[in-house]
Ligand binder design. Structure first.
Ligand SMILES: Nc1nc2c(ncn2[C@@H]2O[C@H](COP(=O)(O)OP(=O)(O)OP(=O)(O)O)[C@@H](O)[C@H]2O)c(=O)[nH]1
Ligand SMILES: [Mg+2]
Length: 245
């Protein structure tokens, strides 16, 4: 899939401040420092959009980026970072949880895990939370350029063995490196397939059904004929944000 443009849209501290729900969204979640912002930049392929840092807990807001004017990537603050202002980190965790649970246009979450680490309890808990809350997800093992492929595969196998019992069918698993670009086309493929599977506006428009209605003469003819009409109630405003997802 080709990305013609990638633009920072806005940052939001909580769900209520998020932008309109008009575009499908794909979000990155994972422990602080796992590489969410780096992966977003790598997928967008347009230089540095999301800011990256070696300091854990760097991304503190929900950041929205519009791709090809038609869909969004969302960089979320990480979990598992307790240093510094605890209250603030708790507030953002709550904001992330609310975003993940209640954002109607969220199509898929990329749950990021460090391929260089054995299964971490906090990651297992978080994937379980996503599953319990029916959040659509794929697993993405990051930083495959570090360490040996054998070590990464052993960590991936250990993680999937721990979660296998929670699913009838395991979520899809991807490997990636923001440094080498490994996994880019596969992850863009996930996004492209999801977007293609979405119903178009015309598929959503119900076929009109012929109803037996009384046909009135046009208003101008009624006036000329002296017909008294009751004042019609004003048409209701079209509901904003009535979307397929
Ligand atoms: N070698 C290697 N380093 C990576 C990769 N992805 C990220 N990093 C490094 O890991 C560190 C954290 O990257 P970020 O993208 O800021 O991580 P994050 O998950 O957004 O972190 P928070 O915003 O703090 O939650 C940075 O020093 C990155 O350069 C990767 O694929 N390979
Ligand atoms: Mg970040």
């Amino acid at each position: 899939m080709n990305i013609s443009s990638a633009i920072f849209h806005c940052s939001a501290p909580d769900l209520d401040s998020c932008p309109d729900e008009s575009l499908p969204e794909f979000a990155f979640i994972g422990r602080s420092n796992v590489g969410k912002s780096s992966l977003l930049n790598m997928l967008a392929g347009k230089g540095i959009l999301a800011r990256v840092s070696t300091t854990p807990g760097f991304t503190k807001l929900i950041n929205f980026f519009t791709m090809s004017k038609t869909w969004r990537l969302v960089d979320l603050p990480g979990y598992g970072f307790a240093a510094g202002a605890k209250q603030e980190s708790a507030r953002f965790n709550k904001a992330v949880a609310r975003y993940l649970k209640h954002r109607p246009n969220l199509c898929c979450v990329f749950a990021l895990l460090d391929s260089g680490l054995a299964p971490q309890e906090i990651d297992l808990e978080f994937v379980e939370w996503l599953t319990r809350n029916s959040v659509p997800l794929v697993l993405v093992f990051t930083k495959t350029d570090r360490g040996t492929p054998e070590a990464a595969e052993a960590n991936i196998a250990a993680f999937t063995a721990r979660i296998a019992g929670w699913f009838e069918k395991l979520p899809e698993i991807y490997r990636c490196s923001a440094t080498t670009g490994n996994g880019r086309s596969e992850l863009l493929g996930v996004i492209g397939a999801t977007l293609n599977a979405m119903p178009t506006e015309s598929e959503l428009t119900p076929t009109p059904v012929a109803l037996p209605i009384e046909i009135e003469p046009p208003f101008s003819m009624q006036v000329r004929a002296g017909i008294q009409r009751e004042e019609k109630p004003r048409a209701k405003k079209k509901l904003k944000g009535a979307r397929p997802w």
